[in-house]
Design a protein around this ligand. Structure first.
Ligand code: CP
Ligand code: NVA
Length: 297
């Protein structure tokens, strides 16, 4: 049976930990100059983008190259899924040429629908609902910083979006408490909560004693026209020095990037916490290589 990775819930807790272990092993291998070019030799992955990308685009391509595979990048205007031809036909035809497909799209149904007709793995490179590849990099970064997840408390400040949805699912799987501070009308969607998740509207309550303070943009890709209105609603949901003074002394700051300095995070905080945020960006590469190996080898 072909396995897809559309949601954090597509892997069990054990698989999630195995993926993180594999990612750490691959990362150490790269640092030691190990030749990994046999791992996915001859495999081809398509990257389909209906939205822009820096990290996802580069980390998938570099990851495939390091493992001896190749990548084909397609922008939505080229294939026009569901417009030029039916999603089912696109999925079936692509399955004849390739070994895997990553899709960055708007509606999550594009992913589920494509997966339904695809005989090769489909990977979610971000949808309106989830960003599971990001979460794998977040977890790897947290685990590196705290040598595990025991006792780690996560605070997420801002929009209840794709990034936090996947993070909430992962925290639930691993038993990590996460408190999300979001304005009432921008809370995470229903269906992502659990006994390990708490939703509040007070940012200080969320940050209190947190070891990880995470934020993401107030307006996600596709919401740009609503940005001015959202800026007003989200004022106060900013990761700044004052907020961090409520977090644990050893708190790290994470941001999936791209960041809007002066909005969800101050320039001072992002610069001061550059080390963890750049590790997090780098870890996209290592975490995704583990995912690609699991699904495509
Ligand atoms: N964090 C992330 O997914 O970055 P890109 O949008 O640049 O791929
Ligand atoms: N929530 C953001 C994440 C970008 C990586 C977006 O969807 O635009």
């Amino acid at each position: 049976m072909v396995r897809h990775f559309l949601s954090i819930n597509d892997v069990s807790k054990e698989e999630l930990i195995e993926l993180l272990d594999k990612a750490a092993e691959l990362k150490a291998g790269v640092k030691n100059g190990e030749d990994q070019s046999d791992l996915l030799k001859g495999k081809s992955l398509a990257l389909i983008f209906e939205k822009p990308s820096l990290r996802t685009r580069i980390s998938f391509e570099v990851g495939m190259n390091q493992m001896g595979g190749s990548v084909l990048v397609l922008y939505s205007n080229e294939i026009q899924i569901g417009e030029r031809e039916a999603r089912s036909d696109v999925a079936k035809v692509m399955s004849r040429y390739l070994d895997g497909i990553m899709i960055r799209t708007f509606g999550h149904d594009v992913l589920t629908e494509t997966a339904k007709y695809s005989s090769i793995p489909i990977i979610n490179g971000l949808s309106d609902l989830e960003h599971p590849c990001q979460t794998m990099a977040d977890l790897l970064t947290i685990r590196e910083r705290f040598a595990g997840f025991d006792g780690v408390k996560v605070a997420y400040i801002g929009d209840g979006n794709n990034t936090v949805h996947s993070l909430m699912l992962a925290c639930t799987k691993l038993g990590i408490p996460i408190t999300v501070a979001a304005p009432k009308e921008h809370e995470p969607f229903d269906g992502f909560e659990s006994e390990f998740t708490t939703i509040v509207d007070d940012v200080f309550e969320a940050a209190k004693g947190a070891n990880v303070v995470y934020t993401d943009v107030w307006s996600s890709m596709g919401q740009e026209r609503d940005a001015q209105r959202r800026k007003k609603i989200f004022t106060g949901y900013q990761v700044n020095e004052e907020l961090l003074s409520h977090a644990a002394d050893n708190a790290i700051v994470l941001h999936c990037l791209p960041a809007h300095r002066g909005e969800e995070i101050t320039a001072e905080v992002i610069d001061q916490h550059e080390a963890s945020i750049l590790d997090q960006a780098e870890n996209r590469l290592h975490a995704q290589k583990a995912i690609l190996l699991k699904l495509m080898s």
